[in-house]
Design a protein around this ligand. Structure first.
Ligand SMILES: [Mg+2]
Length: 426
């Protein structure tokens, strides 16, 4: 026979104590469930009760053009993970342009709803490392979808423990990131004007998209941006795998004394020989982005001598746990590691900020400036990125709050790529 006794120490500590025949006592508190016997106590494991996925589309301020596609909007999947203690975690992963990722909103939604959700419901929230591994075994690839779910698991765990994600990762080692402003492909004069505006706002690093089939025009864009921002501002270049090895060689030899920090992904992701030859030139550091999606990729390109630096985004690598492994591989190899997503909401930017602030080896000049390009956002209040810096969000989990109104406003149904531009964005 069991007995229940209400216990009331005021608003902060009020629960029902239940005993049973086995001398096990159970307390259902507002934020945690506790069990104990006369010889000890433990907190009952928090269980995952539901996983939801939402397809989201937020317009951007004008098109954002890259070598392999155009963003006309930020498309992403937002995930909510519910638990039996009432805590809800949120995560997000955007949809990359064609040529960057094989995933679409439809494939992300499907694998979360049909595979990851059923896999996770009923599992213990605390076991995130194991859950991440199980998701990887359940479905090969789908790293963007995994990232959205894994971020939501970390957010829920952080909120349940009252800890920021950066603290759960072992940090923070810094609470402020310097940001690199980014410029989509455009006319040289337009890019120069936009670069000057970013520098006036406070940015000290500018990332310039190149990689078109017009090397002369690409070089002209870089020269105009350098002229506009002066010598004290760092310039990073990103070709998004747009060139052949020959074009990349011509471009890099044409840079002269423009003082470039690095050239990102000059050739195709799979073109390891080209990356090796360009790295061996020693003219400008070569960074890999599209070539590195997994820790195995990072190990392979580093051991081949194909890179001087690596760029990750939390979405493309599948979340915090795979990202941590890539950070460690780069640190062991003495290879620079840059983090940041150019098209994303404040939800994904916050997730990346915790990663960038958790580990000493991550470059403190990060690139999660996606929210500055959007006409709307998913969190309230928005992150402040306008002056070229981002402060690590304070509070448990991600430290930002998903706006239910914004989620409702920007949630869309299945979308057909019926126009050429929409197809490029898919
Ligand atoms: Mg890139």
């Amino acid at each position: 026979m069991s007995r229940s006794i209400p216990v009331d120490f005021g608003a902060d500590l009020r629960f029902t104590l239940t005993s049973n025949r086995n001398s096990t006592y159970h307390a259902n508190h507002s934020t945690h469930i506790y069990d104990w016997t006369p010889t000890g106590y433990w907190r009952s494991p928090t269980k995952i009760t539901k996983v939801e996925a939402f397809r989201v589309k937020i317009p951007i301020k004008g098109d954002y053009r890259m070598a392999k596609g155009v963003h006309d909007a930020m498309r992403s999947v937002v995930v909510r993970v519910h638990t039996d203690i009432g805590v809800v975690g949120v995560g997000e992963a955007h949809q990359g342009v064609s040529g960057y990722s094989s995933e679409t909103l439809g494939t992300m939604d499907a694998v979360i709803s049909e595979v990851y959700g059923p896999l996770l419901v009923g599992c213990e929230l605390d076991a995130v490392e194991g859950l991440s591994a199980e998701m990887g075994l359940a479905r090969r690839g789908n790293l963007f979808a995994r990232c959205a779910v894994e971020t939501a698991l970390f957010d829920a765990l952080g909120r349940a423990r009252g800890q920021p994600i950066a603290a759960m990762l072992g940090g923070p080692v810094r609470r402020r990131l310097e940001l690199s402003g980014s410029l989509g492909i455009d006319e040289p004069s337009v890019m120069a004007e936009k670069a000057a505006t970013l520098v006036a706002a406070g940015y000290r690093t500018i990332k310039v998209k190149v990689g078109t089939n017009n090397i002369t025009q690409d070089l002209a864009c870089v020269r105009e941006v350098r002229r506009a921002v002066g010598e004290a501002v760092a310039i990073r270049l990103d070709a998004n795998a747009g060139w052949s090895y020959t074009d990349a060689l011509t471009f890099i030899r044409g840079l002269g004394d423009l003082g470039i920090e690095y050239v990102e992904q000059p050739v195709a992701a799979e073109h390891l020989d080209g990356m090796v030859k360009l790295t061996r030139l020693g003219i400008v550091p070569i960074l890999a982005d599209e070539s590195v999606h997994t820790p195995d990729d990072a190990y392979r390109v580093i051991s081949a001598g194909a890179v001087d630096a690596i760029k990750i985004k939390i979405s493309k690598v599948g979340g915090y746990i795979p990202a941590r492994k890539i950070v460690d591989i780069c640190e062991a190899a003495g290879i620079k590691l840059v983090i940041g997503q150019g098209i994303c909401s404040s939800l994904e930017a916050a997730a990346e900020a915790h990663l960038a602030c958790a580990y000493p080896h991550v470059c403190p000049v990060a690139e999660m400036v996606g929210p500055t390009k959007l006409k709307g956002d998913l969190v309230e209040p928005k992150l402040d990125l306008g002056s070229g810096y981002l402060d690590l969000p304070e509070g448990a989990g991600l430290g930002v709050t998903l706006s239910d109104a914004a989620l409702q406003r920007y949630t869309i149904g299945p979308e057909k790529a019926s126009t050429k531009q929409a197809l490029a964005s898919v």
